[in-house]
Design a protein around this ligand. Structure first.
Ligand SMILES: C[S@@+](CC[C@H](N)C(=O)[O-])C[C@H]1O[C@@H](n2cnc3c(N)ncnc32)[C@H](O)[C@@H]1O
Length: 359
């Protein structure tokens, strides 16, 4: 039907309303119907993209192989185990994977961490230590058993391996992206970088880390595991001139922010007197002003909505980014859970990864 005829039809329906209330109800109905239609359309687009990505993968097989020294899933899993082993060796008995004198503050102003405090919380990196490893460390007295039993084993939220595999093997291919440049803001042990190297077709992988201890650790792992053909590392504060300059010169297609700021900004800056929230507001203002290229993918944990709301940021997110639900339709999630042998609770990790596209 032509658009004008359609409008006539809609108007004739509206004019049948007998009260303002009926008209309001009809408006709500239209809004709901439009939202349902948009979500179906997104789902359909994601399926088409997935299909195209699979076709591309077949057609592009040589290209994809050249981007990964480990060519099949078994080799990749072996390689990631070797990387994890190298990191553990580098860390030695630093089981908490903290840098010397590192100042991590639990963001108790965030409703997610209200009940956490220094006595009931331990930092465990779940990329290098899975649940069974944590149990073993507790058994061996290397981690505080009371805290383990309390199960408040908060980490400073590095991404887990299955979150990363979902991101690189399901979500990003669904976006139809290949041979892209990826930048991980706050790369810490380098988990995102190594996973991108093995499980994605990224041609350039960049890690920016503010902490020298972790930057040096990444340098060692990258050298030892021979990953420097695609991974580059920078020791920078992303909000500094050098960090922002890097963002604009590299112009990455994908930028990852996984719990970068909340735990690392301290409670109060003694010099400026700034509180956490006002620091976060400033950080996101600078970052959102710097990432303007339309189509850039931003991956965020937790959601940008949550981070902006907690920082009480006045920035209107809807003017900057649009959320994408790739890889999250129930059928894809069910298949991922089955293929990767995951438990239901693991799936919460997946649904807590948020993907956005700059408008
Ligand atoms: C939770 S870790 C994320 C680790 C990794 N990206 C992952 O997903 O596994 C956050 C890291 O961000 C770093 N960081 C905090 N503020 C930063 C800043 N302004 N610029 C660069 N890195 C920062 C911290 O030192 C920490 O290592």
């Amino acid at each position: 039907m032509f658009e004008n005829e359609l409008k006539e039809e809609i108007l004739s329906v509206i004019f049948q309303c007998e009260s303002e209330k009926e008209c309001e109800n009809l408006k709500d109905f239209f809004c709901d119907a439009m939202n349902q239609y948009k979500s179906k359309l997104n789902q359909y687009k994601s399926e088409v993209n997935q299909h195209n990505a699979e076709l591309n993968q077949h057609a592009d097989v040589d290209n994809a192989n050249c981007c990964s020294s480990a060519s099949n899933s078994f080799d990749k899993d072996e390689k990631i185990e070797s990387i994890i082993e190298t990191i553990r060796e580098e860390l030695g008995d630093n089981y908490l994977a903290l840098a010397p004198k590192e100042n991590i503050t639990i963001p108790t102003w965030s409703f997610n961490y209200e009940s956490y405090n220094d006595t009931n919380t331990v930092h465990v990196d779940n990329f290098i230590y899975r649940d069974e490893d944590v149990d073993e460390l507790c058994e061996a007295g290397k981690l505080n058993r009371n805290i383990c039993a309390d199960c408040h084993s908060l980490n400073v939220q590095p991404a887990s391996l299955h979150q990363l595999r979902w991101l690189f093997e399901v979500a990003i291919p669904s976006l139809g992206l290949h041979n892209f440049t990826l930048l991980d803001v706050g790369s810490r042990l380098g988990s995102v970088l190594y996973s991108a190297y093995l499980y994605s077709s990224a041609k350039k992988i960049i890690g920016v880390e503010i902490n020298e201890y972790f930057h040096n650790l990444q340098l060692k792992v990258v050298k030892q595991e021979k990953l420097d053909d695609r991974i580059s590392l920078y020791l920078n504060d992303i909000t500094s001139d050098a960090g922002l300059n890097l963002l604009s010169t590299v112009s990455p297609q994908i930028i990852i922010f996984n719990n970068v700021f909340q735990f690392f900004i301290g409670e109060k800056d003694e010099k400026s007197g700034n509180t956490s929230k006002s620091k976060l507001r400033k950080i996101w203002k600078v970052i959102s002003n710097s990432i303007r290229k339309s189509g850039t993918i931003i991956v965020s944990i937790p959601s940008l909505e949550e981070q902006f709301a907690e920082a009480e940021s006045p920035i209107d997110l809807t003017q900057w980014v649009r959320e994408s639900y790739v890889g999250k339709n129930p059928r894809e999630l069910k298949r991922f859970k089955k293929d990767y042998g995951l438990q239901l609770e693991d799936m919460n990790d997946i649904t807590s990864v948020f993907i956005y596209q700059v408008i």
